[in-house]
Ligand binder design. Structure first.
Ligand code: GAF
Length: 385
């Protein structure tokens, strides 16, 4: 049963009444544009058919009574007191943090609720289970108290909760796509202006995700280091963020930066070239050129592996296997923050079985890990259900 169907049922079981409000926010897969969001650059993700559902009803007081069904854990806090982290359970930070910053934005928000959360985004896999939870909580509050905030604002509040309450210094891509995703479309997002361009997923093309089951949660330190290196590079170029540097400008000063700090130069080369690849990918899609999109995805992966150094042998192997089955008909790359998690592959539908087969036959043999394989549908962003 999907979380959308399950959440209202679980609410009824837990609270002996029918839920009055049911919301759902999806996870995401990023097709191209990795680690560009916090450099104010471009990304091209889509929301996926895995997400987080919340069913709830208002209470007569200011208490938020939250039940996380998947974990069988509860949390309770009050909107008329300062909302502080609950050190006993990490997941509560995504709920408390969002409620806190919604309240900061809308101080009139004092409406308590009973709520049940359940989801099916694989955890710690780079498919944004936390962003989908944040956006679902934000939507729930918006609807609960009829708050004058847009879905884009909900996304930014989710990011703020993650940065300032949970303590993970992420960019804005995951929350924005969870809020703004469109069915059957990839969304190019300009992470500085927040402008979006939707491009249809071409007919007969599959978006495949393969989970390496290498968990990526212990990498906050590496992520933050990458951010600092990008900031150092932006400073070197004298710009606000690396998205302000074109590929040509980068190459003009590449040798100088390399002499100063070779690692920072490699990080910058990834971001600057990746940003351009997103624009090229939109063009390729508009021309129906999936082969070109595949080449760009391959370059993106190589750049993450060699310049940004955020892949791992298991992920590199999955990409190699997928690419060998797909050939020039599409492409594959790691998706998400890195150091494990998932790969994404784009290919004609008739290639899906070949990709599945080659991975099934080889991945576990070499790595000792069993992959999970999902063919996903580009889905609508946060909504009522
Ligand atoms: C993680 C972060 F949360 C995103 O903001 C983004 O930086 C991504 O890694 C890499 O593109 O998912």
């Amino acid at each position: 049963m999907s979380p959308k169907e399950l959440a209202p049922k679980l609410f009824e079981q837990k609270f002996n009444r029918t839920s009055r409000l049911n919301v759902y926010a999806p996870g995401r897969v990023n097709i191209i544009g990795e680690h560009t969001d916090y450099n104010d650059g471009f990304v091209m993700p889509c929301a996926i058919n895995y997400g987080t559902a919340i069913s709830g009803s208002p209470r007569n007081d200011a208490i938020f009574n939250v039940f996380a069904a998947d974990l069988n854990e509860s949390d309770e806090f009050s909107l008329d007191q300062e909302i502080l982290p609950n050190p006993n359970a990490k997941w509560t930070g995504y709920v408390r943090g969002v409620v806190k910053f919604i309240q900061e934005r809308c101080p009139e928000f004092q409406q308590g609720a009973d709520l049940v959360i359940c989801g099916d985004v694989p955890l710690s896999s780079g498919l944004s289970s936390s962003a989908s939870l944040e956006v679902a909580v934000g939507k729930f509050c918006q609807q609960l108290a009829n708050l004058p905030i847009s879905d884009t604002e909900i996304a930014l509040i989710g990011q703020k909760a993650e940065n300032k309450f949970v303590g993970a210094n992420c960019g804005n891509m995951d929350q924005l796509i969870s809020a703004l995703g469109q069915a059957d479309h990839l969304l190019m997002i300009d992470c500085r202006s927040l402008d979006t361009v939707a491009t249809p997923v071409p007919e007969n093309i599959a978006v495949m995700i393969v989970n390496s089951h290498v968990k990526h949660d212990l990498v906050t330190g590496e992520y933050n280091t990458r951010r600092q290196q990008c900031e150092a590079a932006a400073k070197f170029f004298g710009v606000k963020a690396l998205c302000d540097v074109s590929v040509a400008e980068f190459h003009k000063k590449e040798a100088e930066l390399t002499a100063l700090d070779a690692v920072v130069a490699k990080r910058a080369r990834h971001v600057v070239t990746e940003n351009q690849r997103v624009l090229d990918a939109v063009e390729a899609l508009n021309q129906g050129d999936i082969s070109r999109l595949g080449v760009l995805m391959g370059q993106s992966h190589d750049s993450m592996r060699d310049d940004f150094e955020i892949t791992c042998p298991e992920i590199d192997y999955l990409v190699e296997l997928a690419q060998s089955a797909i050939g020039t008909a599409g492409g594959a790359r790691m998706t998400g923050g890195g150091f494990g998690g998932c790969i994404v592959a784009i290919a004609p539908l008739e290639k899906v079985e070949a990709v599945r087969k080659i991975i099934e036959e080889n991945y576990e043999k070499r790595t000792g890990l069993k992959e999970s394989f999902y063919v996903c549908t580009a889905s609508q962003g946060v909504h009522l259900c």
